[in-house]
Design a protein around this ligand. Structure first.
Ligand code: F3S
Length: 423
């Protein structure tokens, strides 16, 4: 790669060891991906390495963190932050799930968030940073959260590659990212065209249906760009988040054009950049059913917990759930969790929606991943807690996919059916 004099200085360690490490990392990435130069992105979405808390992996994370931040005084571009593993300040949540003091202490210690904040990171703690910061068409970003990547590329026309936590952090440190992949307009054309079958009406879709459509498409697309035709042009950004997030879960899609909605796709021809799609599929009732069947592993109707907000729920989604609860009480042995970003939670508090949810026995949590704490991979060490939650009901394919893969029984259903499962 051709580096500017300033970039060369960074590489040589003139701005400190951490910056040199970060520059080396993204230069190697750029070389491997055939980039010719670095560009200056407008921001980076960083992820704390502290999700792994035990064993060699945890030590490796801490070491890498320390090595990259050595001598760094501030981030060079605005950095938004992904959710914490657990919001250790949320006493209601900790009490409700009976998390032990030692588990909470360990989590607090292992997270990098305080170090990131000291360098100027924005304490957004959400996987939906696009709901709390603004981005324009054609701007480049770096980032490590697949939801943020697909949304920035597809809905805002910003340019970002699917990255790792270390490379996103390296961009925050250096203010540079290698120019390849999604940063280049010629790589942004759709390869897979997805048409909707005549037997489905997207106007009547629940969130779970939209999420299933994204999940089905991701499996076929793998890492190719997608164009959806036939979706309503007035689809809300909130519903677009639900549709697009799973593309990075069942596949590794970074960009999905929605004709008439996304800035680079006023028409299907524009999304295809005048080419023919490599593949064209039709998704109908049968394909959506396949997703429900694949993700649902629970045989009973009842669940121990209903989980919403993966990715984090915007206000309209929280209101939908609060209305569906309709003042009804959850079973004493069941829970309901809605995860969101803190600014949205503040609005929900002010509007009395948080109270409505709590009166039914549910909780709205912010700044954290709603189900990471149950995962045996991101262990809290709280085996009792994990054993008490054997079945999760959710309308989020991302939640169903990851928790299901770790052996928890899943009921994949609409929000209303998930609520019924904990009543
Ligand atoms: Fe966000 Fe956690 Fe789901 S980070 S996308 S809520 S897995």
């Amino acid at each position: 790669m051709k580096l500017t004099r300033e970039e060369q200085w960074m590489l040589e360690g003139k701005l400190g060891n951490g910056t040199a490490f970060a520059m080396k990392l993204i230069t190697k990435l750029g070389d491997a991906m055939g980039a010719e130069r670095m560009i200056k992105p407008v921001g980076s979405h960083v992820v704390s390495f502290g999700f792994q808390m035990y064993g060699k992996l945890a030590q490796w994370n801490q070491d890498l963190d320390n090595e990259m931040l050595e001598g760094v005084r501030e981030f060079k571009v605005p950095a938004t932050t992904n959710p914490k593993f657990i919001n250790t300040e949320d006493e209601k949540f900790i009490e409700r799930f009976g998390l032990s003091e030692s588990a909470v202490g360990k989590i607090r210690q292992s997270m990098s968030n305080k170090k990131f904040e000291a360098l100027g990171a924005l304490p957004t703690y959400t996987c939906t940073p696009f709901f709390v910061t603004q981005t324009r068409l054609g701007e480049s970003l770096a980032g490590a959260e697949s939801v943020a990547v697909v949304m920035y590329n597809s809905i805002y026309g910003a340019r970002v590659n699917r990255e790792t936590a270390p490379t996103a952090l390296a961009t925050a440190i250096t203010g540079r990212t290698p120019e390849f992949g999604m940063h280049k307009p010629e790589n942004r054309y759709a390869q897979l065209q997805v048409d909707l079958g005549e037997d489905i009406k997207p106007e009547e879709f629940s969130r779970a249906d939209y999420s299933a459509l994204g999940y089905y498409t991701g499996r076929i697309a793998r890492d190719r760009n997608v164009v959806f035709t036939g979706l309503p042009r007035d689809l809300s950004v909130s519903m677009l988040k639900t549709l697009l997030a799973p593309l990075g879960v069942s596949g590794a899609v970074m960009l999905a054009h929605v004709v008439g909605v996304t800035p680079e796709a006023p028409t299907v021809e524009a999304a295809l950049l005048g080419r023919k799609p490599e593949e064209r599929i039709t998704v109908g009732k049968k394909e959506l059913r396949e997703v429900y069947d694949r993700l649902t592993t629970a045989s009973e109707d009842k669940a121990d917990i209903a989980v919403f907000g993966c990715p984090h729920a915007p206000l309209d989604e929280i209101i939908e759930i609060a209305r569906a609860l309709d003042g009804k009480k959850l079973r004493d042995d069941a829970s309901l969790l809605i995860a969101t970003a803190e600014p949205i939670k503040v609005l929900a508090d002010r509007m009395g929606i948080t109270d409505m949810v709590e009166r039914s026995g549910g909780l709205i949590v912010s700044d954290m991943c709603p189900h990471g704490f149950l995962s045996p991979v991101y262990v809290t060490g709280d085996i009792k807690l994990r054993q008490s939650i054997k079945t999760i009901a959710t309308d989020c394919t991302k939640c169903a996919h990851y928790r299901g893969a770790q052996g928890v029984k899943i009921k994949y259903a609409s929000a209303r059916d998930c609520i019924r499962a904990v009543m």
